[in-house]
Design a protein around this ligand. Sequence first.
Ligand code: KIV
Ligand code: ZN
Length: 515
Amino acid sequence: MTARIIRIFDTTLRDGEQTPGVTLNTAEKLEIAQALARLKVDIIEAGFPISSPGDFAAVSEIAAKVRGPVIAGLARANSKDIDAAVQALKKAERPRVHIFIATSDLHLQYKLKMSRGEVLKATEEAVRYARRFVDDVEFSAEDASRSDRYYLCQIFTAAIAAGATTINIPDTVGYTTPDEFGALIRYIREQVPNIGQAIVSVHCHNDLGMAVANSLAAVQNGAGQIECAINGLGERAGNASLEEIAMALATRAEYYHAAAALDTRHIYRTSRLVSVLSGVVVQPNKAVVGDNAFAHESGIHQHGVLNNPLTYEIMRPESIGLNRNALILGKLSGRHAFEERLKSLGYELDGERINELFTKFKELADRKKMVFDRDIEALVTEKASVTPEWYRLVYHHVVSGNQTTATATVRVETERGFTEQAACGDGPVDAAFKAIEKAVGFPVCLKDYQIKAVTAGEDALGEATVWLEQDGKVVSGRGLSTDIIEASARACMNAINKLIATCGHPAAEKAVGGE
Ligand code: KIV
Ligand code: ZN
């Protein structure tokens, strides 16, 4: 029996960006969209164009530059939203307008204050209106899993008659269970008379930890598209995790008789990129992409895996692009070998970016005995490349000890030239952050700070993440170094530059070297 193809609709950049504390700027969204295209997702939901000028710009940029997947923009069921989505998607090769309206009585009464008849009419009009501009229109019945089934079927029948090419059934609040959701999908497929003219999609939230199971139950009952997000990002507890869906379909193909057309070898690095840019750390025991997903702690397991990996591994790490311990080049390695290694890790980068990374690699190889693939991946995903640098940390000097007050001096390049500032703090990291704050000349609100090692060993690369808040928006910055104070100072500087890229500069200066 040949496998049915399941379309993968990635919503990392739309629902995923609704994760509390996540703000991505246009350059970062573009970088993620390009990674999703390499992963070969079928549809990228690039954003909600009417919701903010930033979202509009990001959808336009992705529509203009990313080739391969369909690019979707979200819209409520009204002409203003649809116009914005159509406009933002103008340059897309294959644009999709994704219209949604709530259908549960709860939402109709307390949120929309509309009758069932009014929502039905709005649905028909919105879908018909969008079809004047694009051939590909998806319609979502928000809170479908808590909507009246009979009404839901009426809505979908009307949406398809008006021209919807995909109908989406969201479990908006993550309330349903696999059996119940599977039965709902079957019911809709049996009761909607024109269902054959549309693809049936599902969009599951993870409030009870069942988003992936619910999505797969839908596949077993005929769904042809799954909406999901990298690392399971999304509102509240998030969306179904793309990597878990992908590997469940790939690993249990004979059971589901269904397959996604993804290049799963890009899963691991896409997960890392999204984690780094969103600042949302992947829990170590997360299925598929967590640090422990392929780690075998017990001696019995290790022995079994050495004899035959199938004893305790249902998937090969290589199938998600993870080659954990691959030792790469030493400090004598040349640029060509470095470029080849980047290619084999799946990074197709331009010459200028390779040169920049090669310089960083050489610096790292000088400080660290062994450079692993994960170090290289950390260098590639270091954010400075996509965020214009309003400020650049030239050097830092920190004095600390258990009998002395920690003091830091920093030299920072700004639009006006160089500035040097010193500050005392509660430990060396605090002192460095305070000196940086003085140098940029405006207060920064530190929300959180984290440091971890990229690989094992005492000379491991330290990866610091700093979260800053301004105007209710939280952005994360990342810094890498074998010296954890330097990694922390770089992360702070990166977060400041990102904050400016996202919220604007408090004093409207220009970037040092940015465009
Ligand atoms: O969760 C939801 O219902 C949504 C819709 C906009 C598809 O995100
Ligand atoms: Zn959602």
